[in-house]
Write a protein that binds this ligand. Structure first.
Ligand code: MF3
Ligand code: CO
Length: 257
C-alpha cells in the first residue's frame, strides 16, 4: 500500500532525515585505513540512540547490526565485523536507517578509504550523479519507472551497469513501503508520482556486470563477477514542485550538495 503523508508527517520525516544525515556525515569522517566496520557500527548505534532514535536495521528480519558496511564488490547488506579492517584503496558503502518518533529515514553513500583508483572514484561519482539524474524526474505526474529509466540511461551511457535484483522503495512509518523503485526500466510505466509520497531512490552501480548473489551469511550481496560496486541513497518527498531531499538537509537543486 502506498501511503501519502501530510505536511506534519513529512516534517517528522525531515527530522529523522536530518539526524540520519548527521550520523552518516560523522561516519564518513571516521573512514580511514585501519578502522574496522564493527567500530563504525558501534559508533552509529550510540549516536542514533543518543538522539532518542532507534537504528531501524538492527533486528530487521534478523539483521544483526545497526548499519550495513559493504566493501568493494559487496553491493549492499555487508555486516559490520571486528574482522573487517578497512584498507587503503578500498571503497565502502555505508547504509543506515533511523526511526525518530515513529518515522523512518534511510540513506547510504559510498566512501573512499584513503587514496583510491581513478576508476573507483569515477564509479562513486557516477553513482551519486545517477541519483541526481533520477531526482530530475521525481515529480508529481511522472511515473515510477521514469526514475529507473533515468538511472539506467545515466549509468549505461558511462559504461557502468545498474543492479536489477534490488530496488528502492516507499518509506514512512515502515522502512519498506510500496511502491518498489527499480533502478532500470522503460519510461512511462508504474504508479504515478503524487505529492506526499515519500520514497527512497537508491542506485547500486557496478563497474562490471549487474548480476549479484548473496553470500552464505544470508545477507551480504556481492557482484557475481567480483567487480566494484557503489551505492547511494536518499529518502525524498514528492511535492508539487522540486522533490525534497529529506535525508540531505539544506539541499537546493543548483548547488548539487
Ligand atoms: N537500507 C536498506 C534498504 O534500502 C535496508 C537494509 S536491510 C537491513 O532497503 F536488514 F539491513 F535492515
Ligand atoms: Co533503502
Amino acid at each position: 500500500m502506498i501511503t501519502i503523508k501530510n505536511s506534519a508527517q513529512i516534517a517528522k520525516m525531515r527530522e529523522a532525515g536530518a539526524l540520519l544525515h548527521d550520523v552518516l556525515t560523522q561516519l564518513k569522517g571516521k573512514i580511514e585505513p585501519g578502522i574496522t566496520t564493527k567500530e563504525l557500527d558501534r559508533f552509529a548505534e550510540k549516536l542514533i540512540r543518543a538522539h532518542g532514535a532507534v537504528p531501524s536495521f538492527l533486528n530487521y528480519e534478523g539483521y544483526p547490526a545497526s548499519i550495513c558496511t559493504s566493501v568493494d564488490s559487496q553491493v549492499v547488506h555487508g555486516i559490520p565485523s571486528n574482522q573487517t579492517v578497512l584498507r587503503e584503496g578500498q571503497i565502502v558503502s555505508i547504509d543506515a536507517g533511523v526511526i525518530l518518533d515513529g518515522w523512518q529515514s534511510d540513506s547510504a553513500l559510498t566512501v573512499p578509504v584513503g587514496r583510491i583508483s581513478e576508476e573507483a572514484q569515477r564509479l562513486i561519482d557516477v553513482t551519486e550523479q545517477s541519483f541526481f539524474a533520477a531526482l530530475e524526474v521525481a515529480r508529481e505526474g511522472n511515473r515510477i519507472s521514469d526514475i529507473g529509466h533515468a538511472v539506467q540511461q545515466y549509468v549505461e551511457s558511462r559504461s557502468f551497469s545498474t543492479v536489477r535484483a534490488l530496488c528502492g522503495h516507499g518509506i514512512g512509518r515502515e522502512m519498506h513501503e510500496d511502491p518498489s523503485v527499480p533502478n532500470y526500466g522503460i519510461p512511462g510505466h508504474g504508479v504515478r508520482l503524487r505529492r506526499g509520497m515519500t520514497i527512497c531512490i537508491e542506485p547500486m552501480i557496478a563497474a562490471g556486470d549487474y548480476h549479484v548473489k548473496t553470500l552464505s551469511d544470508g545477507w551480504t550481496v556481492v557482484t557475481t563477477d567480483g567487480s566494484l560496486c557503489s551505492h547511494y541513497e536518499h529518502t525524498i518527498a514528492i511535492t508539487d514542485g522540486e522533490p525534497e531531499l529529506l535525508s540531505l538537509p539544506g539541499y537546493h537543486k543548483e548547488e548539487k550538495r
